[in-house]
Design a protein around this ligand. Structure first.
Ligand SMILES: Nc1nc2c(c(=O)[nH]1)N[C@@H](CN(C=O)c1ccc(C(=O)N[C@@H](CCC(=O)O)C(=O)O)cc1)CN2
Length: 282
């Protein structure tokens, strides 16, 4: 059962951990997991506490309000354990979508894929079982981008999506779209950023003669592939690997990196820290 999770950030000073721990204790809750990070560069303090117990939510919320004021704190408190509704966007390559569908099928993550949106027709994914998730075909051209995004937001509203995942969705979202989805839209980029931004990163990597390839999951912002990084991984390659071999080896990296990032987000393990993130892994 997903625990309750409190996340907080504030200027660092003595007494934060003691106050937060005591606040939960006084409200009748029990701490199951706690982690904190002190950013010496910015002086900001970050904390994530997973807790359970039969305490009163209203009492905790009242105490938290006072604690926020005292420490000039921003916080988020998640009590609802319902599966997070995830809308998955995909273009032609569906290995990350297939991976997320499988992880949902085996119950690996506290999520419900609320829908699949693609700018390619359903037959592109004919072999995939969407496990009941509705499919929305939203074709796009450079002349229809605005209308397509309008329809995309209608689908986001209709599906009541909590999280939007760009699972190798190869369309650049407008600044307006990225502002509306700030902090709840994750992209998997098929390179070890900041290397090889933009299109065809494996071909760029092959031309450069790299000995490592990687994948990066990041929050989406108006700056293409510049959003706060959530998770990355790499694998060794050699001079004998063709671009197709890099694409093949890269698929495995992309799948596991995206899955880890989605799970960390869903489990409230990620906090945005300016251009970066703080991730409290399990
Ligand atoms: N606003 C943002 N949108 C998107 C981001 C992002 O970080 N910010 N990430 C990309 C994913 N991506 C690489 O991971 C990527 C996707 C698409 C392109 C691109 O040049 N697309 C062309 C069309 C290509 C086609 O139709 O096949 C375009 O949009 O004009 C570069 C990088 C997802 N969106």
């Amino acid at each position: 059962m997903a625990p309750n999770v409190l996340k907080l950030a504030c200027p660092n000073r003595r007494g934060i951990v003691a106050t937060v721990s005591n606040m939960l204790f006084e409200a009748g809750f029990n701490i199951r997991e706690a982690a904190q990070y002190d950013d010496h560069e910015t002086g900001q303090f970050f904390m994530r506490v997973a807790f359970d117990g039969s305490g009163a939510r209203a009492d905790l919320e009242a105490r938290l309000g006072a604690t926020e004021k005292h420490f000039q704190m921003t916080s988020s408190l998640r009590f609802d354990k319902r599966p997070q509704r995830v809308l998955v966007l995909v273009s032609r390559f569906d290995h990350c979508l297939a991976d997320l569908l499988y992880r949902q099928y085996v119950g690996e993550m506290n999520m419900q894929i609320a829908g699949v949106v693609a700018n390619y027709p359903r037959e592109t994914f004919a072999r995939l079982d969407f496990d009941g998730a509705p499919f929305h075909y939203l074709p796009i051209t450079k002349d229809t981008k605005k209308e397509q995004e309008k329809r995309l937001f209608e689908v986001i509203d209709e599906t009541e999506a909590d999280l939007i995942v760009l699972a190798r969705y190869m369309q650049v979202l407008s600044d307006e779209a990225t502002e509306r989805l700030a902090g709840r839209c994750i992209n998997i980029h098929h390179s070890f950023l900041p290397g090889f931004k933009g299109a065809r990163p494996y071909h760029q990597a092959h031309a450069r003669g790299v000995k490592l390839i990687g994948a990066t999951a990041h929050y989406v912002t108006g700056e293409l592939d510049e959003g706060p990084i959530i998770e990355q991984d790499v694998e060794r390659v050699s001079h004998g690997d063709t671009p197709d071999a890099l694409v093949r080896k890269g698929r495995d990296i992309e799948r596991r990196v995206l899955a880890r990032a989605v799970r960390y987000h869903i489990d409230d393990r990620v906090m945005i820290n300016g251009p970066r993130t703080v991730v409290f892994p399990d």
